[in-house]
Design a protein around this ligand. Structure first.
Ligand code: ZN
Length: 376
């Protein structure tokens, strides 16, 4: 139950094994990497390694079973202090860092001692205090100023881990006081492995389909499962294969999917990004098939792209033009609030490029008209 529960991130594990075996562990770390790749789980595992009551910390090998290890995973260990965005809030509240009360969503006051205070207390069960600050991208200026003092003069033995998605979201003074550990997206096979191990999906086929759209993130994959986006993907690919015959079907389907009542502007853009990534992935497969290369992906994607590639009248250039036009649509979605308009324009252009592909296109192909000139 030790590190093997973590899929990927091998070099990061080895890095911490070196620190602990040599007794040289820094006091503050900034874990940076895409959402949902396991940074938080890694921080918990590292805390287990520090608190484990079976294997000494120099071994950096948590047993996973002892009471301390279990308390770390359950979040009940008295020496692990954990901070994350409170529900209904958009940022880490100052009180969570320096102490004070926060009004919760049901209007009751919730008191926080503040991690700057808690980290200075004498450890109760372990030899040191550990603080994990999730969502560290969202710490406000007041909280940051206070946190900096603790990072500058941490109590002996304390370990503070901040978890964020990008260095650009952090201020220089935080970065310079922390050791930065970078986490990469997971490989498609690793995503599949975790999805099955955590029983997020039931079959290897579902795991394979999800991993194709999850962009190396388990967080994203889980969200896609919850919102039944796999079904949307299947339907979308099926409609794409008959686009030249039934363009209006695709355009109606996409419009109604990305423009549900009550959706925020952001949700609309995210859904257009989702649609665009599926369509682009499919055209990439078509490119591979047309150029005789090995295809990768799940059965649904491979079958659809094979069907389209077999009937493709154009050349590689026309496929590239379809990819370009699809990528443009996300840009149009950001600029233009009229969903029906930019979706129809995209499907219309796509179907034109697709059908004129049978004719010899000039090598420097450009659309005759600026696609419905969507931007002002
Ligand atoms: Zn243990």
């Amino acid at each position: 139950m030790g590190w093997h529960e973590i899929v990927g991130h091998k070099s990061q594990i080895e890095q911490f094994q070196r620190y602990l075996s040599s007794g040289r562990l820094a006091s503050a770390f900034l874990f940076i990497g895409p959402e949902g790749v396991g940074k938080h789980f890694f921080a918990r595992k590292l805390t287990q390694a520090l608190f484990c009551e079976v294997n000494p910390e120099e071994q950096c090998n948590p047993c996973g079973h002892c009471p301390a290890c279990q308390q770390v995973m359950k979040g009940t260990h008295p020496d692990l202090h954990y901070v994350e965005i409170l529900s209904g809030s958009k940022e880490i509240r100052t009180a969570q860092i320096v102490g004070g009360t926060v009004k919760s969503t049901n209007e009751t006051d919730e008191y926080f001692p503040g991690i700057c205070y808690e980290v200075n207390l004498k450890p109760i069960r372990a030899k040191r205090k550990v603080v994990i600050i999730n969502d560290a991208d969202t710490i406000n200026n007041t909280a940051t100023a206070n946190l900096l003092k603790t990072l500058e003069e941490p109590p002996p033995g304390a370990v503070i881990m901040l978890i964020g998605t990008s260095l650009s979201q952090q201020i220089d003074t935080i970065i310079s006081r922390c050791q930065v550990v970078t986490f990469n997206s997971l490989l498609s096979e690793q995503v599949q492995q975790i999805l099955l191990a955590k029983q997020i999906v039931e079959t290897p086929q579902q795991a394979s389909e999800l991993s194709m759209i999850a962009n190396g993130s388990i967080g994203l994959a889980s969200r896609y499962v919850e919102t039944e986006l796999l079904d949307v993907r299947r339907e979308l690919l099926q409609m794409l294969s008959v686009l030249p015959q039934q363009p209006e079907r695709l355009s109606e389907f996409v419009s109604s999917f990305i423009n549900k009542k009550g959706d925020s502007r952001r949700a609309v853009i995210q859904k257009m990004e989702f649609v665009s990534s599926i369509v682009v992935a499919c055209f990439h497969q078509i490119l591979l098939q047309l150029s005789g290369q090995k295809v990768i992906g799940d059965a649904v994607l491979i079958n659809t792209s094979r069907e389209i590639a077999d009937a493709w009248q154009g050349d590689v250039e026309t496929v590239l033009a379809c990819i370009d036009r699809t990528l443009d649509t996300v840009f149009h979605a950001q600029k233009n609030a009229n969903v029906k308009m930019f979706v129809e324009a995209w499907v219309d252009d796509l179907s034109q490029i697709w059908t004129v592909g049978g004719f010899k296109l000039p090598t420097t192909w450009v659309p005759k008209k600026k696609p419905h000139s969507l931007h002002p």
